[in-house]
Design a protein around this ligand. Structure first.
Ligand SMILES: [Zn+2]
Length: 306
């Protein structure tokens, strides 16, 4: 199996052993993080700096750097309640993104009712100023990535507690070789397909079993959009959408384009025993991530801006 770019390889490899966390519960009133002992120490991991910023930087919106190594200037929030979406795990304060991402999510959510879902449950986007996160992701740093639950939005407003404690839905069968046909529906397919057909969306990441099911179900139709639906570990409770570098962001580093092929004949790799039953190392070394100096220089201004 080919991995298609160094950037993608980095993003995917680094995210391999980090828990997905989409389904992990949160708390309604989380304790604020204690201040850093030495906030100006250049050795501080950038995740500790960006993880303590509760508001966006006041500047023009721009995505800076690469999806897995950068930050977000002038981020805006996806409102926590829309007609066709609700934000989950509010305690994480990760419903921030570049305005293009917010528009893309609103556009996709709006299609939900036509496709059989009342709307979308939106998981992690980015922190208010983007940057590396203390938990859960190596990408999601520049405000162009978002996780969408594989659970339709219920036709009522969820309570704050439900948004912390409700679990997303695992659509993959216990043997991991296919979707669970009692749970997976054509509406799941339709929502992911609609996301892939959105011109702004560059990639969608799903569990390999989901890709396998979608390849099977898309027989006989135009399959070109399937090239954007990329198999990876995890992603059985949520799918991940990634949009292209925005025009207003000259410092945004694009990914290599997806291959032209639909990728449906390249799935065998994912169903080998050693891959499907890969066990995370017992005591994974905690991910320290980059320091501020490792990130693009403009991220320092993003961090220091009012
Ligand atoms: Zn994600």
């Amino acid at each position: 199996m080919k991995l298609h770019s160094v950037g993608l390889t980095l993003f995917l490899t680094a995210s391999l052993w980090l828990p997905a966390h989409a389904q992990d519960k949160g708390m309604v009133n989380p304790q604020p993080l204690p201040p850093l002992a030495n906030p100006n120490d250049p050795k501080n991991p950038a995740k500790e700096l960006f993880g303590r910023k509760l508001t966006p930087s006041s500047m023009q919106a721009r995505a800076i750097g690469f999806y897995a190594k950068g930050c977000l200037g002038g981020g805006i929030a996806l409102p926590i309640n829309g007609k066709t979406w609700q934000v989950m795990r509010l305690s994480r304060n990760r419903n921030w993104g570049h305005p293009d991402l917010v528009k893309t999510l609103e556009r996709l959510a709006d299609k939900g009712p036509k496709l059989g879902w009342a709307g979308l449950l939106v998981g992690d986007m980015a922190q208010p100023r983007g940057g590396p996160m203390r938990t859960g992701h190596t990408s999601h740093q520049v405000g162009l990535d978002a996780d969408i639950w594989l659970t339709p939005m219920p036709p009522r407003q969820l309570t704050v507690l439900e948004r912390e404690e409700m679990s997303a839905t695992n659509v993959v069968a216990a043997d991991k070789r296919d979707v669970d046909t009692k749970i997976w529906t054509l509406q799941h397919h339709a929502i992911i397909k609609a996301a892939a057909e959105d011109p702004g969306v560059e990639r969608i990441i799903v569990n390999a079993a989901i890709k396998k099911a979608m390849c099977r179900e898309a027989v006989g139709t135009n399959r070109y959009w399937l090239r954007k639906v990329r198999p990876w570990y995890g992603h059985n409770y949520h799918f991940h959408i990634r949009i292209a570098c925005p025009k207003d962001s000259p410092d945004c580093k694009p990914q290599d384009p997806t291959p032209e092929s639909d990728g449906c004949n390249d799935l065998a790799y994912w169903f080998q025993d050693k891959i499907i039953n890969a066990v995370p190392p017992k005591d994974p070394k905690p991910w320290t991530g980059p320091t501020l100096a490792d990130l693009p220089a403009a991220c320092r201004q993003v961090l220091l801006a009012p």
